[in-house]
Design a protein around this ligand. Structure first.
Ligand code: DQA
Length: 162
């Protein structure tokens, strides 16, 4: 029979691992639920659900969560909900078109504690002028764009270095 002390220390070490596990939330904004179908020449042909599974298989020691909404208020609510959670290491945010229009989103990011890395699949600076301005960038911890869907992976990596 196993000593109760060994059992106790094993439970303690599992709790320690869980406590240390990094939690990263990926948020996609409007129209990004259409990835795979929407303008594949710009955004690729992979669905985000398939790509998210690849990320989960790669980062088995992370707690990854994915949230998508086409509604500005729902994006704000999600940022508020995790933005003060001590266990949330970071938010990877592709705000889609709200990037270029939403002061409310900018204020939400500025108002929470959790760092946000802004991601865009396409190189927004190679595209129409209205995509060149971002309300998110000035309050983001960093910005990644133009690397296709891999940009989300790069953003996760940015939370693991240093
Ligand atoms: C996008 C770029 C935005 O300009 C656009 O409105 C999107 C997607 C990107 O990932 O490249 O919806 O954020």
């Amino acid at each position: 029979m196993k000593s109760p002390y060994i059992k106790f220390f094993r439970i303690m070490s599992i709790e320690k691992q869980c406590f240390k596990m990094k939690y990263i939330l990926i948020i996609n904004g409007p129209n990004l639920n259409l990835l795979g179908k929407r303008e594949p020449e710009v955004y690729g042909s992979q669905t985000f659900e398939d790509y998210f599974q690849i990320l989960c298989d790669k980062y088995t020691t992370l707690k990854l969560e994915y949230f998508q909404s086409n509604h500005e208020g729902a994006l704000l609510d999600k940022i508020h909900a995790v933005g003060f959670a001590p266990d949330c290491t970071g938010i990877v945010l592709n705000a889609g078109a709200y990037t270029h229009t939403s002061v409310a989103l900018r204020d939400a990011i500025a108002g929470v504690k959790t760092p946000v890395v802004e991601v865009h699949i396409s190189n927004v600076h190679k595209r129409e002028e209205f995509r060149h301005h971002s309300y998110v960038s000035p309050v983001a911890a960093g910005v990644i764009f133009g690397f296709g869907i891999k940009g989300y992976d790069l953003a996760i990596e940015s939370f693991l270095i240093g």
